[in-house]
Design a protein around this ligand. Structure first.
Ligand code: ATP
Length: 438
């Protein structure tokens, strides 16, 4: 169980420009969140790390980016129109609605009245819309509730263009939408969120060893996010709880501040999806092995990563409190490759033009080299350090009077976020490997 309080993370995220409630000026829109400058940087760093690890660094992976709106036949064939539902109950006293499997049904969590819930009804979580100017059955579409189907529908296209060896995978990152009955716990359960999914196509006889390899890769991913191994738990989902298409599922859970909850899922989906597409589209989804053996419909292993849950886990793991010079400090001990700002550059005093000028020079040099570099001359130096600590900036570079003259001319201090130690380094060495390392 995490010792961090969710309120502390939510408040830091809002105060420092990571994450704001969606449509905040108009009173919000439940289940939606907007990312500010630091939030979007952190989110992109996670997405890029994922893409590097699972696509660019491998030889068996291909990226796709499918449209969010898809032909309604996709969602009929996949079973989402009929079965993508959560059980909904309504309190007969206060009319509040809840997901029946998430509450104690003997008493309404909102008004406290006893025995006010009737039978649960199946509530479909897809957002329905119409595509084009005619509002009839034929124009119905849905905002995709998962990115996976956009991968399956492109399986044949990619095989025709690239004819990859099996096993191979298709990877996609993008928005997904679910009309969750009760969005809650900050970004953990939202109505609009992002997924990073892989469909890994294998020979049906070979799914077990390939599944095991993905278990290991998921742990490597969690490690790259800086999540402590002891806060990751594998939950082997029992037969009765698994989605109907899955023959094996492991939910990877994380000790969030809200308790142990699903971070991501790994499922063996058999040939359920390609089989459905083949049946409904009447187009062959078979793969022809290069050795001339009999064609077959590949089976699929699906690691499904939720970006917001990864981000919330990263923030929870990084949130740290300690004492510096007998004062309490809270800071984000982010892995430096994920930090939204890599270096902050400051003149010791902002009313000394000679310091500011030199600091600007250093700032421009580092910005050119590293990109995510922030100019910070607000408040006194102690306040700047605290603010940069709070957003997880690994290094603060300060230009002081010693930079301008004497033996220390053209040197600056580098202050380390985690140790708060300062070292003096020549400006010319700042971009050398290992000096500021991310
Ligand atoms: P849950 O049981 O928590 O509702 P799920 O099992 O329905 O999740 P999947 O359909 O397996 O979730 O989706 C894959 C991943 O997408 C989840 O592991 C999670 O990281 C993310 N995800 C799903 N629903 C949401 C949501 N409403 N908000 C944020 N992330 C989500």
């Amino acid at each position: 169980m995490s010792n961090v309080k969710l309120e502390d993370i939510v408040s830091l995220c809002k105060r420092r420009g990571f994450i704001y409630p969606g449509s905040d000026v108009y009173g919000g829109l439940s289940g939606t969140w907007d990312y500010g400058p630091l939030g979007v940087a952190l989110k992109r760093n996670i997405m890029q790390l994922w893409w590097k690890m699972f696509v660019d660094d491998r030889e068996d992976m291909f990226g796709v980016d499918a449209a969010i709106l898809m032909n309604q036949k996709v969602w009929q064939a996949s079973g989402h129109v009929d079965t993508f539902t959560d059980p909904l109950v309504e309190c007969s006293n206060c009319k509040s609605r809840f997901r029946a499997d998430k509450i104690d049904l003997s008493r309404c969590p909102n008004c406290g009245q006893k025995d006010t819930f009737g039978e649960a009804r199946a509530f479909n979580m897809m957002f329905k819309t119409n595509v084009g100017p005619v509002d009839d059955e034929s124009s119905i579409s849905y905002l995709r509730p998962e990115t996976a189907q956009g991968i399956f529908t492109n399986f044949k296209n990619v095989v025709d263009s690239f004819y990859p060896d099996l096993p191979f995978g298709l990877a996609q990152q993008g928005k997904a939408f679910r009309n969750e009955i009760s969005p809650r716990d900050f970004i953990f359960r939202s109505r609009e969120f992002e997924q990073m999914e892989i469909e890994y196509f294998v020979h049906p006889d070979n799914w077990q060893p390939e599944f095991e390899k993905w278990v290991t890769l998921v742990h490597e991913w969690c490690d790259a996010l800086g999540l402590p191994a002891e806060s990751i738990h594998e939950l082997e989902v029992p037969d009765d709880d698994r989605a109907h298409y899955s023959k094996r599922t492991i939910d990877f859970e994380f000790d969030f501040p809200i308790g142990r909850e699903e971070l991501l899922g790994l499922a063996y989906r058999t040939d359920f999806d390609l089989g459905n597409i083949q049946r409904e589209s009447k187009k062959s989804m078979e793969y022809r092995p290069k050795d001339g053996s009999a064609p077959f419909v590949p089976h699929v292993i699906e690691p499904s990563f939720g970006l917001e849950r990864a981000l919330m886990a990263v923030l929870s793991a990084a949130y740290t409190t300690d004492e510096v010079n007998s004062e309490a400090r809270s800071y984000l001990k982010l892995p430096s490759h994920l930090a939204p700002v890599k270096v902050a550059v400051s003149p010791l005093l902002k009313n000394k033009p000679e310091l500011v000028e030199k600091a600007r020079e250093v700032y421009r040099m580092l910005k050119k080299e590293f990109g995510a570099v922030m100019w910070d001359d607000n408040g006194n130096i102690g306040k700047r350090y605290r603010r940069q600590d709070e957003i997880g900036t690994p290094y603060c570079v300060v230009i002081d009077f010693e930079t301008l003259e004497g033996d220390t001319k053209d040197t600056v201090t580098i202050r380390n976020r985690d140790t708060t130690e300062q070292t003096r380094v020549a400006i010319a060495d700042l971009t050398n490997p290992g000096v500021l390392s991310f």
